[in-house]
Structure formats: C-alpha cells, structure tokens
Write a protein that binds this ligand. Sequence first.
Ligand code: ATP
Ligand code: LTN
Length: 329
Amino acid sequence: MLNNQKIVFSGIQPSGNLHIGNYIGAISQWIEMQKKYNCIFCIVDYHAITVKQDPAILSKKIIEIAKIYIASGIDTQKSFIFKQSDISEHAELAWILNCASARINDLNKMTQFKDKAGQNNVSVGLYDYPVLMAADILLHETDFVPVGDDQVQHVELCRVLAKRFNNQFGQTFKIPELIIKKYGARIMGLDNPNIKMSKSAISPANYIAMTDKPEMAVKKIMRAVTDSGNEIKFDKINKPAISNLLVIYSLLSNQSIEHLEKIYINKNYSDFKKDLANVVSEFLKQFQKKYNNISDKEVENILEKSAKALKPKTDVVLKKVKEKIGVSL
Ligand code: ATP
Ligand code: LTN
C-alpha cells in the first residue's frame, strides 16, 4: 500500500537486452530511493511497441525485465512493479494530454525521436512517446523521476505539459522533479565511447547485458576500445573510453574515481581492464544467482498484485482530469 512518503516513478521498456548502463544510470538509484519513498517501477510495454516487436518475444521480455528489477534489489514487499498496459488509464491520460497540453512544436524538439526516426516512415506512436511517458508520471502523482541522461528532455516536457494543463484547467497535476546521477547517468558504448550504451545497439560489443555470461562480459571488457596514451585518468574530453570504464568500475565496486586513479597510477590499460573485468564478472554472478531463482509464476503474481493495488488511485486521478476537461457528467 502507498503510505504518506513521497512518490518515485520510473520505467524501462521490455525490448532489447537490459545492460549495465540501465542498471547504473537508472535501477541503482531506484534501489537507494526505496529506503525513503513509495516507489513504483513500471515495465513500459506500450512504449516498447512504438517500434516493431515480435509478440512472442515481447511477452518473454516483460517477464525478464520484472526479474531484473527484482534480482537487482527492488523489494516487492515495499515497492510496486507493474506492467503499463495493465492500467489502461495510462493510455487514456496520454490521449487527453495529446489534446489538452501537448503541441506539435513541443514534440518536434525531441532529440530522441529525431535519432530513432531518422528518415524512416516510423509509427505515430514513436512521435507521441514522450506524451505517454508524461501520462505515466502524472497519473501516479509522482514527486521524483529517477532516470538516465537520455530521458532528461522527456521529463522536462512532462513538467511543461503538467503546468500548461494546470494553467488552463486549474490545479490538477503535481509537478514532478527529475533525479539524475552525477556520475553514470550516461554510460557509453564499449565499442565506441562517443555513443551511449544502448539496448538497441546493433553490435553486442556495445554493451554488457545483465544476462550476459560472466565469461562473455570479461571478453567484452578486454576488447573494449581504449584511448591513446597509457595513463588511467578521468578526462572525458581527451580520454572518453578510459573515463567511461572508470565510471563503470567506480559504481560497480563502490570506490571513488579518485581512489581508482591512485591505485592505477603506475599500471597499464591491461592491468586495469583485467581488474575491471573481474569486478563486472563478480557483479553479474551475484545478480544472476538471484535472477535464476525467480520463477515466471512469481513474477506474474507480483505484476497482477501491483496493478490491482495501484488502480484505485489512478482511477481517482483520471476522474479528476475528466471532470476538469468537462467529459465527466
Ligand atoms: P534504447 O537505446 O533501445 O532506447 P536504452 O538502452 O536507452 O534503450 P531504455 O529502456 O530507453 O534503455 O532506458 C531505461 C533507463 O535506463 C532510462 O532511465 C534511461 O535513461 C537509462 N539508460 C539508458 N541507457 C543508459 C546509459 N547508457 N547510461 C545510463 N543510463 C541509461
Ligand atoms: N522513456 C523511458 C521509459 C519510461 C519512463 C516513464 C521513465 C516510460 N515512462 C516514466 C520514467 C518515467 C526510457 O527509458 N526509454
């Protein structure tokens, strides 16, 4: 049950392979926030279908993401894990926001859409993706939205849409705040430190998936691109690859970047990578031990229970919105 603590809401799409970038940038913050807040973590399947999905794979991925949340440390006794499509008010509120708040000019500014669409004849849903995300956040009267760097623009748009609605129809939505990590909000690709680690990357050398075999992860680290020179130093401009590996090392081993720089002062890239490979491999082993112990049935029950528990509140919020726009008689 929700108590009187503030509300945290975030979500991940059940598509591609969830990677250590998603864990470091998003999920690791969620684990911490559970201690102080009501936390709601969504599996955003309606966002995933903005691009083509194989139905059989999509339903497997939904279960997989829920298991990843739990094995990472989401406490299902306290926090909620639910599937977006189980609460249809998300889609309904998105439609209302489409009409009452969102403007074509807002959406034309979204860089993620431009990156993903390119010159292709993509779905209308992909264009409207940020409005559905705003509906997710506003429907649950969210205070804090912990995400990685690539979602900042979407959370900012959500704030704009909420304020615009409130201005026109009177106080309705709580204005959420963005929560972003100082380090680790944008983990870069292992094969190219100038593009972010991404679930939809074409090459698996770009990322370490949470479900990669530890031996595979070791290989990926040892093959990761490095910079010229041999110094192990955090310098994003001149040493983007080593800086990225340092951030991963620091956040998975709980040691500061300054401390790591000192340890590796007289060592070379190969020593550094071997140790990092060990840290990543241990992290995956611990994680996968828990992951492999969670059954599909357990996950299905958790998703169902959470959606049931959250629905009464989302009904109330949507009812209030419908009254404001004049469709509730
Ligand atoms: P895709 O690249 O296919 O869009 P993704 O890897 O960005 O997928 P999402 O489902 O879009 O994954 O993101 C889930 C969460 O992980 C979001 O909060 C997002 O900001 C965060 N995130 C994604 N990629 C990274 C990254 N490389 N570093 C840190 N956080 C990330
Ligand atoms: N667009 C986000 C996923 C997402 C989300 C949300 C995150 C959908 N709805 C609400 C925070 C709050 C992404 O990571 N791709």
